[in-house]
Design a protein around this ligand. Sequence first.
Ligand code: CTP
Length: 409
Amino acid sequence: MQIYKVGGAVRDRLLGKPVTDIDWVVVGATTEEMLAKGFRPVGADFPVFLHPKSGEEYALARTERKSGRGYGGFTFHASPEVTLEEDLIRRDLTINAMAEDDQQNLTDPYHGQRDLEARLLRHVSPAFAEDPLRVLRVARFAARYAGLGFTVAPETLELMRQLSESGELEALTAERSWKEISRALMEDQPRVFIEVLRECGALKVLMPEVDALFGVPQPEAHHPEIDTGVHTLSVLEQAARHKQPLTVRWACLLHDLGKGLTPEEEWPRHIAHEHKGLKLIKAVNERFKAPKDCQELALLVGEYHTHGHRALELKPSTLLELLQSFDVYRRPQRFEEFIAACEMDARGRKGLEQRSYPQADYLRGAANAARTVAVQPLLEKGFKGPELGEAIKRERLKALKAYKDAASA
Ligand code: CTP
């Protein structure tokens, strides 16, 4: 049997990037031989094994034939006769279809190295269409390598367009899609992920609620960029630039979905878009089974981002409601993430990227003021049950009034 390093490990070494996990392909071996060498099988009928010591993935060279819709519809053909070239041709991109032996000799039948130099994400063969997840993968790689000057080859974009129109994307599971989306959002240029998906028509299928924001105007006084889709991309860009976590990036992407529902006669104003957007945010959250913290923050940011911007004008009672909605006493981190998302929203506007955001410290100060209210003295006064709750609220309101007075003095 011959063993080769393949895929991302080869690509990233040639790009001079750090290699984190290594995938191997094994040519000329049978399942029985692998088991005899102590490799552990990954799945019942999947020809992939884990190395007994390193735990790295070793896959038998295989060809794939599509037998049905979606990812479930695969049959694998792995046998010792399958050649390295046959294995590589069914991979997604030429830059991912190179192999290297233990002497670092490169096997590159589909010109991955040439495309690395040309900074092109190009599919290897029509077999690309066998796995629709690759539409998301290409968009993710575009986001990751945009800084190096990579773009999607026109013929690959065309194939992605056909796949998006064919209805194949709808067969993807929530788990596989979310894995790509969440990784893509954490790249340096997540806006490129959304842009590429939009360009090939996949955004309309995956997140029609986000796609609908393009072409929707906002008032120029607050939004010099005018277009809501462009604004959303800029907010995401700010979130990446400020190294925000996934929760914040997800919330940034979804915060203005309600603006896509405004009747054209009301443009460019979007009355109550915060509230109207909630059902759309919920739908997207559920479609991809986003983790609970991402779901929660997206809904809270959707509902309250305008409160964040108007923080300095809010009445103490409204401030208190905001803090209560965030359960800021037990979940301080989530409130910090809300503040961050509001700040990214304020900066994701043309020409306003560097603006200061005094609302952030003001909101932090308000949370601290409300937190200073001690429960013990109220217990000692004999409050309990719902009355205790009311008493705590009254004290917090007092603290917030004092805070606001001091801040505006
Ligand atoms: N691959 C593919 N189609 C997929 C998934 C993977 O062709 N839908 C192939 C590619 O050759 C890829 C390799 O399997 O390079 C390994 O896949 P994976 O580990 O998911 O990605 P990497 O290319 O290693 O990239 P990353 O750095 O994002 O992990």
